[in-house]
Design a protein around this ligand. Sequence first.
Ligand code: NAD
Length: 296
Amino acid sequence: MAKVAVVGAGLMGVGIAHAFASSGHSVCLIDVSGEQLAKAQTTIAGILADGVRLGKVAQPAADAALARLTTSESVTAGAAGADLLVETVSENLAIKIDVVKKAEAVMAPTGLLATNTSALSVTEIAAACVDPTRVIGMHFFNPVQKMKLVELVRGLATTDEAVAIGRDYVAQLGKTAIVVNETPGLTTSRMSAMAGNEAMWMLQEGAATAEDIDTALRLGFNHPMGPLELGDLTGWDTRLSVLHYLHATLGDKFRPCPLIIKMVKAGRHGRKTGWGVYKYENGVKVPGSGLKGTNL
Ligand SMILES: NC(=O)c1ccc[n+]([C@@H]2O[C@H](COP(=O)([O-])OP(=O)(O)OC[C@H]3O[C@@H](n4cnc5c(N)ncnc54)[C@H](O)[C@@H]3O)[C@@H](O)[C@H]2O)c1
């Protein structure tokens, strides 16, 4: 089994670390924040405990997965000798480049460097590495323990061998890979950023309440959740970074709605801060708490 380093213990890092540890890999979860790492360990233990309670995981398997998980506040220490790096730090090119460069210097020489970026250029991240051929996009979905898709992204230099190794890892997680060429926003982020942004424009214009916009997409198109609920789940801070990038690369149709900018300034990032378009108490959406258009 491989030695996997997951950098970034936020929303996605927690799910990705859990997925690899549950599949038998040894995982070092790395973050600059010790507090974030402690929180992540508790969340992963909680996901495993839920799995046991629901009969999806046997207690010994859950205990073994937790035992395979270590943490570190240093990329250089935590990624030493790793066969696979999954960077899932904040959606910021400079931070991501810094992380992959540090990791490449200490990983196994044949190790795969994967980035979970939602929209940034894999080619640009790879170009900062000594060997760009083994850099790939490995785009997971939130919540990782439930979502079956992983988008593997070919940068300009990514080799077929790197793609094959990436496919192998995804299969080991019991998930399905699609392979896409690098374009801004890939296939999924581009679509969901557009839908979430448009829903926010509609909300800002007072076209309907948040609840009604989400209900429209759930019941009218059978989407499992509405675009505003999805934005709350993704985090509007992350969503805004993606929109800024898509706006710069694909043009004006991705101009971020000012309401998103206002919400991020207010710290209303979504579920993770307890308040986004909706309010959340103990992780549960408060009925009737959605923005109404008239209160903007
Ligand atoms: N949120 C989603 O639904 C989603 C889905 C797919 C992909 N992504 C992508 O995953 C990545 C992470 O998103 P998230 O929602 O988990 O963000 P997040 O804000 O929840 O977590 C980011 C983490 O990175 C850590 N970090 C920042 N700089 C660091 C550094 N230099 N070294 C180590 N750790 C560092 C932060 O402390 C934080 O814990 C982004 O690139 C995002 O675009 C997010």
